[in-house]
Ligand binder design. Structure first.
Ligand SMILES: [Fe+2]
Ligand SMILES: [Fe+2]
Length: 205
């Protein structure tokens, strides 16, 4: 970021710089770089779609906050946030979003439901996502460090149609999980079904 972003609102009990310092301690270099890339992309999209810049920065910096904690602790936090027995069948790929949302609520004293929901939903998507949640969902997938087949298609689409980009990501993610013979968390499928139903009915998502 060229100009230094300083949080002016009280969404969390930490400054942006303190949050970045925490991330550098908690995450590997590779994941830290990914998170900073997600913040950059999220802010770009926030400017394009007129979403709060500070909220976009917070959700981006927080989304993988719990990704490298011990698996048992991650599961416990995830279950506190999302008490669904089926979580036990899922993996860290699903748990870490809910766990980060729980940390946001507790350790960072966040009371902004939109921020909490966006972080929680970044792994599974959600039936009705706010623009903030959509921005994080896409920024996580398309930040500049991402390089996989189809990434440019999602990148380009997100500049003109955020909803279609989200739906494309959902489809690609489900396909990829199936290809790798991985468990599909039911919420992920339910969310995909909601989006595809809305898309077919030409409803605004
Ligand atoms: Fe993540
Ligand atoms: Fe991520």
């Amino acid at each position: 970021m060229k100009e230094k972003l300083i949080y002016q609102q009280d969404f969390i009990n930490m400054s942006r710089q303190d949050l970045i310092n925490q991330l550098s301690k908690r995450l590997s270099k590779r994941r830290f770089d990914h998170v900073m890339g997600v913040e950059k992309k999220a802010i770009e999209l926030a400017k394009l779609y007129e979403v709060d810049i500070e909220k976009s920065s917070i959700v981006a910096l927080m989304h993988d906050y719990a990704k490298e904690i011990d698996s048992e602790a991650m599961f416990t936090l995830a279950k506190e946030f999302w008490p669904d027995d089926r979580l036990a069948d899922a993996t860290e790929g699903i748990w870490h979003g809910f766990a980060a949302a729980q940390i946001l609520k507790t350790d960072l004293a966040c009371r902004d439901e939109e921020v909490i929901q966006a972080v929680a939903a970044h792994t599974t998507g959600w039936h009705q996502m706010t623009k903030l949640a959509k921005i994080l969902y896409i920024a996580d997938y398309t930040e500049e460090g991402r390089d996989f087949k189809g990434v440019n298609k999602v990148r380009k689409l997100s500049e003109v149609d955020l909803d279609k980009a989200c739906l494309l990501k959902m489809r690609m993610t489900v396909k990829n999980l199936m290809k790798k013979q991985e468990y599909l968390f039911p919420l992920q499928i339910e969310v995909y079904n909601t989006w595809i139903k809305n898309y077919k009915a030409n409803k605004v998502i």
